[in-house]
Structure formats: C-alpha cells, structure tokens
Design a protein. Structure first.
Length: 252
C-alpha cells in the first residue's frame, strides 16, 4: 500500500481533526511523509502519534505570511522537498448577507481563501524544484450551488473553486496540478456545531440526511481516498478538476 505515495512529502493544513486528520492519516498510510499544520497543538500531536516518525507537527496560522514561511522551512529542513499541498483549513459562519458581520466575513475569506492562496503561492517554487507537484484545495458543494444562510461561506468556497481552475491553467506546464474536492455535509467538529447550535438539532440532522440520496451524512474517510488519488501519480493527467464528494447531494 505504501508504494502509492512512497517518496512524496505532503503538507496538510487543518490536520488536527475532521477531514484534515483523515487525509493526513491516509496520505501517511500510503507512504507519504506529512507535515501537520494547525492552530491546536494538542490535536496535531495526537495525529502525529498515530502516524509515527513520518509526521512533522508545525503549529501555526496559515493566514499569516511569517508562519507560512516557518511551515515551509521546517518541512524542507526535515524532509527535503514538498510534493503535495492539501489546503484544508477552513471556518464557517452561519447567516444571510444581512446577518453576517464584517468581522465574520473577513475571517471567512482570510482563512478559506487568502490563506489558501498565500500557502499555495509560497509552495510553488518548492514544487518546481521537485519537478512538479499536486495542490489539493478543499472547497465545498456550496461553492458550486450555494445555500441559505451561507452568505460568507459559500462565496468563499466559490472563490476556491475558481482559484483552483486558474492555478491549474497557469501551472500545468510546470507539471504542477491543482484540483479541488467539494464535500457535502461531512460529520466533523465544524458541522457538528451547526447541528448542535440549531434550535432543534435532531430535526436539522434529519433534514441534512434527507437531502443526500445515499441516505447518510459523510465521514472524513469518505474524502480521504480522493485526496490520496489526487496526491498520487495515478492522477498525473488530472488538473483543474472539481470533484463533488457529496452522497448525491448535487444530483437532486
């Protein structure tokens, strides 16, 4: 199994929980060395213990250039190269255009879009040195369709989708591939808070399940397999693609 990503070095943001954790574990399982990036050191350390010696923990906020530089420097010092970047860190605020505050809007775009752009931009020279690479951006089905009460989150993920396509067009000739994964409602800490903070959590959860033809909510591992594929040479002719992983949500 390890041969799929043997010799590759990956950076995963938001790696301490949810989809980021599942992807980091899957990448490591298939042979990659993984830098785990996030704001909560205790969670990152827990993931690193599960992975073992092929993991590096870097606590940091990737919306800040100085901390991005530290992530790259420590990864190169430890592993010698960067082949894969999985931009997974994200935030979500609930509300309409009238309800979302300026602070919430700014935080959403700073984390979901600006940080992704800054880290991708900083990583490109290292991928050129390596002869190519794979950037995997975690978008959302709401970056394709939109939804009620997601007036900051959905636009931010729409920006991620189009940034993915632009970067794919700009860097394909350098053998740097850029793709986006668009999950639907996956059971993570982020989405659990949406249900928990609603007036009727059981009703909201049932409503979420009902809009997925496959009959259940997603799990982080449902996304991790696609991340492994996009990180591997099996997807060497795949770039600029946007992959829904959504239990059929966009089909109805």
């Amino acid at each position: 199994m390890a041969s799929r990503l043997q010799g590759k070095v990956a950076i995963v943001t938001g790696a301490g929980s949810g989809i980021g954790r599942a992807c980091a574990l899957a990448l490591a399982h298939h042979g990659a060395k993984v830098t785990l990036v996030g704001r909560r050191l205790d969670r990152l350390d827990g993931v690193a213990r599960e992975i073992g010696e092929s993991a590096l923990v870097v606590e940091g906020d990737v919306s800040k250039n100085s901390q991005i530089d530290r992530v790259l420097e420590r990864t190169i010092d430890r592993f010698g190269a960067i082949n894969v970047l999985l931009n997974n860190a994200g935030v979500m605020h609930i509300g309409t255009a009238e309800q979302i505050t300026e602070t919430q809007w700014d935080e959403t775009f700073n984390v979901n879009v600006r940080a992704l752009w800054l880290l991708s931009r900083a990583t490109l020279p290292q991928m050129r040195k390596a002869g190519g690479g794979s950037i995997i951006n975690m978008a959302s089905v709401l970056g394709i369709n939109g939804a009620r009460n997601r007036a900051s989150y959905a636009p931010s993920k729409g920006a991620v989708v189009l940034l993915t396509k632009c970067m794919a067009a700009d860097h394909g000739h350098e053998n740097i591939r850029v793709n986006a994964i668009c999950p639907s409602f996956v059971e993570t800490d982020l989405t659990a808070a949406v249900v928990r903070n609603s007036p009727n959590p059981e009703k909201v959860r049932a409503e979420r399940i009902a809009v997925h033809p496959i009959g259940r909510l997603g799990e982080p591992k449902d996304v991790a397999g696609l991340a492994v594929y996009l990180a591997s040479d099996e997807s060497s002719w795949v770039t600029g693609a946007v992959f829904p992983v959504d239990g059929g949500y966009l089909a109805v």
